[in-house]
Design a protein around this ligand. Structure first.
Ligand SMILES: *[C@@H]1O[C@H](CO)[C@@H](O)[C@H](O)[C@H]1NC(C)=O
Ligand SMILES: *[C@@H]1O[C@H](CO)[C@@H](O)[C@H](O)[C@H]1NC(C)=O
Ligand SMILES: *[C@@H]1O[C@H](CO)[C@@H](O)[C@H](O)[C@H]1NC(C)=O
Ligand SMILES: *[C@@H]1O[C@H](CO)[C@@H](O)[C@H](O)[C@H]1NC(C)=O
Length: 638
């Protein structure tokens, strides 16, 4: 196997003698525990993803975790969040990992780092950059050089930054996970894991604990573990704890028991009921594991939000990320958090002082939007022409939307099937003929629809990328039209493909409605609407509800809040963190509605989420109460 390191110089090892005292974090194989500074140590940790929380709130969430009694946090690093363009590394603003580590350190929290390179995390493509898919035959998460070279280059950058943050070097990182649940991936490629092991040791040194985490089956533990990496296991409340730890012991006969992902809740799919795990089950089982002396990480402690296009996808549908976790999506303490704190009290002293309250929320009320734009104006560089359809990755537009345009090859006076024969729509296609919306096609479920029109009519197909598969064998999840479309008996050809850069258009203010009142009528099919939320002097958190809207994407000022799919649910509101709003200037609201906007074209900013989501202890009213209140108070902000 070849190895790739992005430098050619020699590695010089410098020995430093510590005279005063030494910080150490290690595994005590004799006493089956961790050892911190020479003393036995048990971690009680929670997962938090900085990439799902605005930077301004990192400290607030960390403090709430600390006040619950946690002594550590577990943190994924999404590669694609930091290296969106190959070779260009972004660690600024919401991507400032070192600032996050610093805040955790100041708060008194140790860190269990999970740098991947694959992280799953219900995150777009499991954290892998979509530009990897430009290599058509790449075998992701394997020793395939097409994958291993860019992965090693990324790790060289990341791990070099992380080295000073290791506990023994004066930082707060106590252990580092290699890959993520690798045993559940089909490749089972030990050369890949050995290579990662070498890279992690090279950049982090010999002292840090490197570990693996795998699901609770023999197959997963066999393919995911490697000599030299401490084997840990993960499981939730439906599992027999004794049996799971016996399994860990088979792979790691001595050392601490560790559950690296104890599930406090679960992920949500569009169209399913909101996932939940009962608080009593979580607290009972947490107590049992801590009583056994196990170190436990709760996954998630705060789920946060899939902003922008960062959500992952399973084989069937897309997630949002409240996770029914102890801290709600908006970072508010829940009953589950209080119950967990009561359990932790039995095992360690928890910090004295009150739990920080929920951040303030505000119901700004209704905003009426105006239709401003059709989509084909949003492709600054114009179309790419191709006889057959090209995938997003081939055009280097990795996220969001592309418009595929051609003409009808002949008259189709009767409803004629438009077919994607090989399930080649990734993931949704919104079809119009001469600007008149015809309907939609959807991956796996709706691969045929009827079209009528005349030869030469313009056929527009807007394709939506709904997030790449983040788990399993299908993570090579290309987007766009991946095969030919057939109308009747004709293969459609001669496409003009417009990559749409809606986010830049929003950021530049190009989509603000002309306030003179000459707004276009609402219509069917994909369209952009905009309006303003007047300044109120407040920039508090709020939740936007799109009652009567179908499916699309929302921006507040230049921030892409993520996807709404009111029709499918269960999520009915999008979280708008206060720092995204201006207290003094009108806030620009932009909505891309893909199917049909309601005739009222109103959206509502509320002070609590309207859905079947977690009820936090400061959420006492039902959503019916809120609507009733709003309907009778006549309270319209704009
Ligand atoms: C972490 O916090 C400790 C205690 O406040 C401090 O002594 C140390 O310098 C901090 N480490 C880093 C890397 O900031
Ligand atoms: C849990 O597993 C242990 C070890 O396999 C077994 O002895 C015990 O009966 C199991 N408990 C339950 C409730 O199934
Ligand atoms: C298409 O139209 C034909 C003829 O009207 C009808 O039988 C068929 O059910 C339609 N198919 C779809 C997918 O709507
Ligand atoms: C809203 O858009 C206008 C026009 O582009 C811009 O001048 C203004 O700064 C934007 N408001 C905010 C709060 O970003």
């Amino acid at each position: 196997m070849e190895t790739f390191f992005p430098f050619t110089g020699e590695v010089t090892l410098v020995t430093v003698t510590l005279i005063t005292y030494s910080r150490s974090f290690s595994i005590d194989y004799k006493n089956n525990c961790f050892q911190k500074d020479g003393k036995p140590f048990q971690y009680i940790s929670g997962s938090i993803h900085y990439s799902r929380i605005p930077r301004e709130y990192w400290k607030d969430r960390l403090l709430k975790m600390y006040m619950t009694g946690l002594n550590a946090i577990q943190v994924y690093v999404p590669w694609n969040f930091h290296e969106t363009v190959q070779g260009v590394f972004n660690f600024a603003g919401d991507r400032d990992l070192e600032y996050f580590l610093n805040l955790a350190n100041q708060t008194g929290l140790l860190v269990i780092l999970r740098p991947g390179p694959y992280i799953c995390a219900e995150w777009e493509m499991g954290g892998l950059p979509a530009w990897l898919l430009q290599k058509p035959n790449i075998i992701l998460r394997s020793a395939d050089t097409e994958y291993l070279k860019p992965a090693s280059e990324w790790l060289a950058v990341l791990l070099t930054k992380m080295r000073p943050w290791l506990y023994q070097n004066g930082g707060n990182i106590i252990s580092v996970q290699v890959e993520n649940e690798y045993g559940s991936y089909f490749a089972c490629d030990y050369n890949y894991m050995r290579h990662l092991h070498t890279v992690f040791r090279l950049f982090l040194g010999e002292d840090v604990i490197l570990f693996t985490t795998d699901g609770n089956t023999d197959k997963e533990m066999i393919c995911g573990t490697l000599e030299g990496l401490y084997a840990t296991i993960d499981f939730g409340t439906d599992t027999n704890i004794t049996a799971a730890f016996i399994r860990q012991r088979r792979f790691e006969p001595k050392g601490p028991l560790v559950n690296s992902e104890f599930y406090t809740g679960w992920l949500d799919h569009w169209g399913d009921k909101h996932a939940s795990v009962e608080t009593v089950k979580v607290s009972k089982m947490l107590g049992e594991m801590l009583f056994m002396g196990a170190s436990v990480n709760m996954y998630m402690f705060e789920g946060g939000t899939n902003f922008g296009y960062w959500n992952g996808k399973s084989a069937i549908s897309v997630y949002f990320y409240d996770y029914n976790a102890p801290l709600s999506e908006a970072g508010d303490p829940t009953d589950k958090l209080l119950a967990i704190r009561d359990v932790i009290k039995n095992f360690r002293d928890i910090p004295v002082g009150p739990m920080p309250p929920a951040t303030p929320k505000f119901a700004y009320g209704f905003v009426t939007l105006q239709k401003v734009s059709l989509l084909d104006t949003l492709s600054p560089q114009g179309p790419v022409r191709s006889q057959y359809p090209l995938a997003f990755e081939e055009i280097k537009q990795y996220y969001g939307f592309m418009l595929y345009r051609t003409t009808l090859p002949r008259d189709v006076p009767e409803p004629t099937p438009l077919i994607s024969p090989l399930n080649g729509i990734h993931d949704c296609a919104y079809v119009s003929v001469n600007g008149v919306y015809q309907g939609l096609m959807e991956r796996d479920t709706a691969l045929v629809m009827n079209v009528t029109g005349q030869q030469g009519d313009q056929l527009d197909i807007l394709v939506e990328n709904m997030g790449r598969v983040n788990f399993g064998s299908y993570i090579n999840d290309k987007k766009g039209l991946l095969g030919n479309l057939i109308l009747g008996n004709d293969v459609l050809t001669d496409w003009s493909i417009y990559p749409l850069d809606i986010d830049t258009a929003v950021a530049n203010g190009w989509l603000q409605a002309d306030q003179s009142g000459s707004a276009m009528e609402a219509g069917d099919g994909p369209m952009i609407y905009s309006g303003t939320l007047k300044s109120t002097g407040l920039a508090w958190d709020t939740f936007v509800k799109l009652n009567g809207w179908n499916k699309g994407q929302v921006w507040v000022n230049e921030v892409n809040l993520g996807r709404y799919w009111t029709q499918r649910g269960p999520q009915q509101t999008l979280y708008v963190p206060g720092p995204f709003l201006s207290a003094t200037q009108p806030n620009n609201i932009t909505v891309l509605e893909l199917e049909r906007a309601p005739s009222h074209r109103r959206i509502l900013f509320m002070d609590r989420p309207h859905s079947e989501l977690t009820m936090t202890f400061n959420m006492l009213l039902s959503h019916e109460d809120i609507e009733l209140f709003l309907n009778h108070s006549g309270w319209f902000v704009s």
